[in-house]
Design a protein around this ligand. Structure first.
Ligand SMILES: *Cc1c(COP(=O)(O)O)cnc(C)c1O
Length: 348
């Protein structure tokens, strides 16, 4: 473990000194008992959502904590991972002073959030085989580097990063390391969230938007040391996860059998799509995927993208991304959807 890390020194000064807003529901949450709540200026006529939601999402966190074998104090929930990532920026990165490092080709939101927060984004390209270049990454670090973003399995490349390079970064960087595991449930690799006890500067983000099939409710999760979670809690909007989202999320995480069933179907489809893509004459390379999408290199991405669109199939053209020239990203759909995709590809 790296002893030089002091989370308190990484926090923005105004955040360290901030006294958070205390809402009525921070003091008392209804536990179904017959208390009379006249504290939050709500409409008293019950309709299921007339009360403010639990600002700490206790029921949902309790279930997640048990499933992931962490404490509820190691969990922060947000309005999608996008909010969680934004909170991390706002807690730790001083605008116009601090910087962060991303590893393109990767998820576009890190850069957008850096821009919104007026924080410099340094880019260190992945290697040709889409692995982090830990030596170059550590060289790019300076005294104002607060966060390194690792997306594993990575979007849009689909691969998981090697344990070795992640350990090297974690062990040699004195800022925060965020590992975005949006696609972890499609991978056989173990989540890094077990390591938050070992590394106080490690943040692992997950989401219910992909494997859990709840992109529409917006529920993102951050697992980290209690110290980091306390800081993020201080600055989050009190009611950032609404009641409907908390209810639907709880129902879904308690139904692991259904989630597993859907994931295994998606994995089966990923396998057959992978095989077929390799046989398509204009496909030059199909990259290994630990996620619910497949990246493939084709002869002319713009042309093939337009042709598929013409046939009513929308995929993602990644050709403008570094190291991704002439690549297309295919999300794995249902069996019927994939059949239609394959038929269309065969006709081109
Ligand atoms: C889809 C995706 C997310 C999910 O973001 P939400 O805001 O939780 O929907 C996060 N990270 C990556 C890399 C993704 O591809």
């Amino acid at each position: 473990m790296n002893k030089k890390i002091n989370i308190k020194q990484l926090v923005r000064e105004n955040v360290a000194e901030l006294k958070p807003y205390s809402s009525a529901r921070d003091e008392y949450v209804s536990d179904g008992s017959k208390m009379i709540f006249l504290d939050a200026n709500e409409n008293p006529f019950e309709n299921g959502v007339n009360r403010y939601p639990d600002p700490q999402q206790r029921s949902l966190k309790q279930v997640l904590a048990e499933q992931k074998e962490v404490s509820t104090k190691n969990i922060l929930l947000g309005n999608g991972s996008d909010e969680v990532l934004d909170l991390i920026f706002r807690a730790f990165c001083e605008p116009k002073v601090d910087n962060i490092i991303t590893l393109p080709p990767t998820y576009g939101m890190y850069k957008v959030l850096a821009n919104i927060n007026n924080v410099e984004e340094k880019e260190v390209l992945l290697t040709e085989d889409f692995e982090p270049n830990s030596e170059k990454i550590l060289k790019a670090v300076n005294q104002h580097t607060k966060i390194i973003f690792l997306c594993s399995p990575n979007n849009p490349t689909g691969n998981s990063f090697s344990e070795e390079s992640i350990i090297t970064i974690l062990g040699n960087f004195n800022g925060l390391v965020v590992i975005d595991e949006a696609y972890i449930d499609f991978s056989k690799k173990e989540s890094w969230l077990k390591k938050i006890k070992e590394y106080p500067n490690l943040l692992v983000t997950q989401t219910l938007s992909k494997a859990y099939g709840l992109a529409g409710i917006r529920l993102g999760i951050c697992y980290a040391s209690e110290e980091v979670i306390d800081i993020l809690n201080k600055i989050k909007p009190p009611y950032n996860v609404n009641e409907l989202t908390q209810l639907r999320a709880l129902e879904r995480v308690l139904n692991q059998n259904q989630v597993r069933l859907e994931v295994s179907k998606i994995l089966e489809e990923r396998k057959s799509l992978f095989t077929v893509l390799k046989e398509i004459p204009f496909v030059q390379e199909v990259y290994h995927s630990d996620a619910n999408f497949i990246l493939a290199k084709v002869d002319d991405a713009n042309k093939r993208y337009a042709q598929l669109l013409e046939m009513g199939i929308v995929i993602r053209n990644r050709t403008t991304q570094p190291l991704c020239e002439n690549t297309l990203r295919f999300t794995v759909g249902t069996e019927e959807e994939n059949k239609k995709l394959i038929e269309a590809l065969m006709r081109l």
